[in-house]
Design a protein around this ligand. Structure first.
Ligand code: CUA
Length: 351
């Protein structure tokens, strides 16, 4: 084989390898989409499993229909000796009619089957969970652009507020009442359930459940203004005993600061504008228009999933929140370096 033959062979192989590479890439993207902490096809509980089942049913049937139709079109297009409609003999008409009738009946049957499956899944998903399963009651209120979370209890002194991170027990249903204080938002944790709209003046309720421990990403799924994309939250599913321990601790007010620096930080917090908007239970800060910070230090992120909860990010957020999330309602804070460090030291004690 001379050089030009070899290069031609290489080109042919290269051309053949391109679709294979494309297929591999598509498969990689496909399989990546099926895992992860924000994926409807990686269900962690019964509600998400029902949705995933419905999705796979629709996907497989529609794929089969697409393949059948494509095959029929190709067969009709490349069938020898049938280039013109006029060339079809009249005796072929009844056969064509039978095919059309059969295809119509099959289409109707598939649509009815989809409808029945959808109805069955929908009925099961909206049925209230059993009381023996000891459901946890939570209220989620949407704000531009963060999530207010309240753990409800029949005794009001045992209910409390937090924000942007929802902790749930594994194996128990969590009944979530949702509403909004401003515009329409949508609460969505794909690994655990579908979307539910948060509508001002209305309460929409869903329940979800995690059957395995995990950390999931939730996202606002309804365009709600400039920072809609930065309106995320975290759901942490932990074993029931751990959840109960956490619940006991989370009901308590924030611990008093122990070090002199943290004590000074608490004073900074109360004297600067922070306490006008935020609550830290156990202090004089009772603002309700911004996230409750009583357990800020245990959260994985700040600014509703925008940044990891580290000292550096928190400092940047406090000094210039408009740089991080333009249009949000937190004003910039001018603090001297000592006050800022004291404030950060205090905020790190909040858990
Ligand atoms: Cu809230 Cu989009």
């Amino acid at each position: 084989m001379n050089r030009s033959d070899r290069s031609r062979t290489a080109r042919v192989h290269g051309a053949a390898a391109a679709p294979a590479r494309l297929l591999l890439l598509a498969l990689a993207v496909w399989s990546a989409g099926c895992s992860g902490i924000q994926s409807a096809v990686n269900p962690y509980g019964p509600q998400a499993e029902r949705i995933a089942w419905l999705w796979w049913l629709f996907f497989s049937v529609c794929t089969a229909v697409l393949l059948a139709v494509t095959a029929a079109v190709l067969l009709a297009a490349f069938r020898p000796g049938r280039r013109h409609v006029e060339s079809v003999p009249p005796e072929g008409e009844p056969r064509k009619q039978r095919i059309v009738i059969a295809a119509t009946i099959l289409t109707v049957l598939i649509l009815v089957m989809f409808f029945a499956a959808d109805l069955r899944v929908g009925t099961r998903m909206t049925a209230a969970p059993a009381a023996e399963a000891r459901p946890v009651a939570v209220e989620v209120v949407g704000h531009q652009w963060w999530w207010e979370i309240q753990y409800l209890d029949s005794s009001p002194d045992r209910s409390f507020r937090t924000a942007n991170e929802l902790r749930i027990p594994v194996g128990r249903p969590v009944v979530i009442q949702t509403t909004s204080r401003d515009v329409i938002h949508s609460f969505w944790v794909p690994n655990l359930h579908g979307k539910i709209d948060l509508i001002p003046g209305r309460v929409n309720t869903i329940w979800l459940q995690a059957d395995r421990p995990g950390v999931f990403r939730g996202q606002c799924a309804e365009f709600c203004g400039l920072q809609h994309a930065k309106m995320a939250f975290t759901v942490v599913a932990v074993p029931d005993a751990e959840f109960e321990r956490w619940l006991q601790a989370a009901r308590r007010p924030a611990p008093p600061p122990r070090t002199p620096e943290a004590r000074r930080g608490e004073q900074v917090f109360l004297q600067a504008q922070c306490s006008m908007c935020h609550t830290i239970r156990g202090t004089g800060a009772w603002g309700r228009v911004a996230p409750d910070l009583t357990r800020l230090a245990e959260r994985r992120t700040i600014a509703a999933g925008t940044l990891p909860n580290t000292r550096g990010h928190l400092a940047g957020w406090i000094l210039d929140p408009q740089q991080v999330k333009p249009g949000n309602f937190m004003p910039p804070t001018s603090l001297d370096p000592d006050s800022l460090h004291a404030l950060l030291a205090y905020l790190e004690t909040l858990q």
